[in-house]
Write a protein that binds this ligand. Structure first.
Ligand code: NAP
Length: 413
């Protein structure tokens, strides 16, 4: 389509004769539609959007999958921390961690944590639970029918599993956990999802399973909502802390006393005290759902770099820090209760995000399926440990404000 038609379409947009969402169709070219939307906005608002226009993205590939009504892209700087030595079940060796952020001092902070961990012999990681959840809510008539529904679902688990799994090659239904309140019944479906974070996969599978339940349950069970908020997606919730969502991962390291002194400029006892009084006492006093200083910082930076669902930073960054002083060294562990990550699907297929996953050696499907996502989860948790360790160390040495002054306000030169 020529520029005349583009001009014509933009004029129609200005006159309100065509809607922004119809442009892909009207112009027959998704990249041209991006230009039309952007020029329309520029003219309407009297501003220039040349920075947003500057992108390598091919919108033919991503409209309808990752975005609607695009006008360009946002660029976020990406830095690297490491090497970080990891002794996981899936991640073994030294890794460089890609971190996309605009918070000055964050990459430097994680980088110093990586150094302290690696010099101390590395970090051990283990996945202790794995399962993505979707929890539809059903309305029944009364408590007897609620109990009947739960009993029926238990008795027909194998059939429901077969129906759910008919929608996917990689999604496997592991369990259905029932919850009752009055005449409401939640069925919390939990699946393993291979290398995908799995949210679309399990939603589609659960939809099919619910159809089967509504049709075949002899009583009256009405599906009120495919998501009944006990999943729980993109909200902080105790259920994810207790039962997990995505991957529950533990990382632990023993930081040597001389490394703490030389690299972190502090002592194990001081870091331990900050963890007890700040993370534990402070979080309890504040009524916080999590016991940590800044898991979200590391999770968000890795999520942005690698194409994860950013809103899932909410539950992915929930978790605990546990410390002990052992023979003068520092035992330091982090537990992430609900880390939702994937190496296929969602934003992982975009070109810059793919490259960031390649830095970690986890782009695309694993062999066997699921191993790339597990390796990635271990790396993320190890990086969280490094970042958390460094912040607690900096606080114990009273360095925090100085580092932000130097690195966050452009005064390093
Ligand atoms: P997806 O891209 O929807 O699904 C993953 C796809 O990859 C499936 O088609 C799967 O096929 C295929 N696949 C190929 N190799 C695989 C492997 N080794 N392991 C696993 N799958 C493999 O991704 P998703 O993770 O299910 O969903 C992520 C998206 O959901 C994100 O964009 C996120 O923002 C969005 N999201 C959706 C909801 C919702 O309620 N729907 C909620 C939150 C977020 P098979 O299925 O045949 O195995």
């Amino acid at each position: 389509m020529g520029s005349e038609n583009l001009e014509e379409v933009i004029s129609k947009l200005m006159r309100g004769e065509v809607s922004l969402s119809k442009l892909d169709e009207v112009l027959g070219n998704k990249n041209l539609a991006v230009v039309a939307r952007r020029v329309f906005l520029e003219r309407k608002l009297g501003i220039k959007l040349s920075a947003i226009a500057s992108t390598i993205l091919d919108f033919e590939q991503i409209v309808g999958r990752n975005i609607e009504n695009p006008i360009g892209a946002v660029q976020v700087p990406i830095g690297i921390a490491g090497p970080l030595l990891i002794h996981g079940e899936y991640a073994r060796g030294e890794y460089y961690i890609p971190l996309a952020t605009t918070e000055g001092a964050l990459v430097a902070s994680i980088n110093r944590g990586c150094k302290a961990v690696t010099l101390s012999g590395g970090v051990r990681t283990r996945i202790i639970r794995d399962g993505m959840t979707r929890a539809p809510v059903f309305r029944v008539r009364n408590i007897d029918e609620a109990l009947e529904l739960v009993k029926w679902v238990n008795e027909h688990f194998e059939e429901i599993k077969k129906v759910a799994e008919s929608t996917t090659r990689h999604g496997k239904l592991v369990r259905i956990e029932p919850y009752i309140m009055g005449n409401n019944v939640w069925l919390r479906f939990e699946y393993t999802t291979g290398d995908a974070m799995g949210m679309n996969m399990v939603t589609i599978a659960t939809d099919k399973a619910c159809e089967y339940i509504e049709k075949n349950f002899p009583g009256e069970a009405y599906l009120v909502s495919l998501s009944g908020n006990m999943c729980t997606d993109k909200k902080p919730a105790y259920i994810n802390m207790l039962l997990g969502r995505g991957k529950t991962v533990v990382a632990e390291a023993v930081i040597k006393r001389d490394v703490a002194l030389k690299v972190l400029k502090t002592l194990p006892e001081y870091i331990h005290e900050v963890n007890l009084r700040k993370n534990w006492a402070g979080s309890v006093r504040a009524g916080s759902l999590s016991i940590n200083a800044h898991f979200a910082n590391i999770i968000a930076a890795i999520f942005i770099a690698t194409g994860q669902d950013i809103a899932q930073v909410v539950e992915s960054s929930m978790g605990f820090v546990w410390t002990e002083v052992r023979d003068g060294d520092l035992y330091f562990s982090v537990t992430l209760t609900s880390l939702e990550v994937g190496t296929v699907g969602g934003g992982t297929r975009l070109p810059t995000q793919q490259e960031a996953l390649k830095i970690l050696g986890v782009a695309g499907p694993g062999d066997p399926p699921g191993t790339n996502a597990k390796k990635f989860a271990e790396i993320v948790t190890a990086a969280v440990l490094a970042g958390e360790l460094n912040l607690l160390a900096a606080l114990s040495a009273r360095e925090l404000a100085r580092a932000h002054e130097r690195l966050g306000r452009g005064r390093s030169g």
